[in-house]
Design a protein. Sequence first.
Length: 271
Amino acid sequence: MTTAFSVRLIRDVITARGADTRSFLHSQLSNDIMSMPAGASRYSFVLEPTGKVSALLRVHCLADDHFVLDVDEGCGEHALTRLNKFKIRVKCEFTFTSQHVVAVRGLDAEARTAALARPGAVGAWREADGAVDIFDAADGLASTVDTTAPTADLATYHTERLRCAWPIFGIDIDGDTIPAETSLVDVCVSFTKGCYPGQELVERMDSRGSTAPRRLLRLPARPANGVIAAVGEQYTVGDTPLGRCTSVAGEFALVMVTRAHLGDAEALVRS
């Protein structure tokens, strides 16, 4: 487990309020929103009708008619535009802001539970990743968040992000990506909820056991006898290009591996 640390980030935040908020979000997002109790949070995709990813967001339920959605900095306006596209005669109003957040990472299970009890705290990434985001209630440059985790730099944050294989929209995944390529279906998709835009592709690939044309995987930044990974370049092992590298930090790289070389990439992970 990584030693706990904290870093200050900015997240784009969409606040949703109104009598139809829960049902509207449930109809638009890939995860189950109807079952969320107050205080719960979960990740979800917003998809285009074609099944391609329009946004990767976190949903935080504050009340039956009050939800907060947050996305990576710079992605909020695009996500809001997509949500508004299907909002017709619905009692749900959106407001958009950017807010400061203290991202605490490398927590063990006990420390994560304690961090989640703090005001403004919400779980981040996968539960086992030891990650919590604490939104600054003052939303100012001077943080009101007091955390015992020492402050780190963004390089440390991105190294941990890659260790946990968590993508950023617009960098590791984008509007040409389908859910099965993200390696996030386990945390972003419900297969028991009702219909939503893009569901047909997601369900069809799952029911048929189809392999996506590509898949985002965490690989060593410097594979044995290989060329060190470089963002935007082919990740090569020997003479074999496995796919395009999207992020590199510390000893890790995220690579969008092509279907033909998934076996090679998975063998590299196991080695």
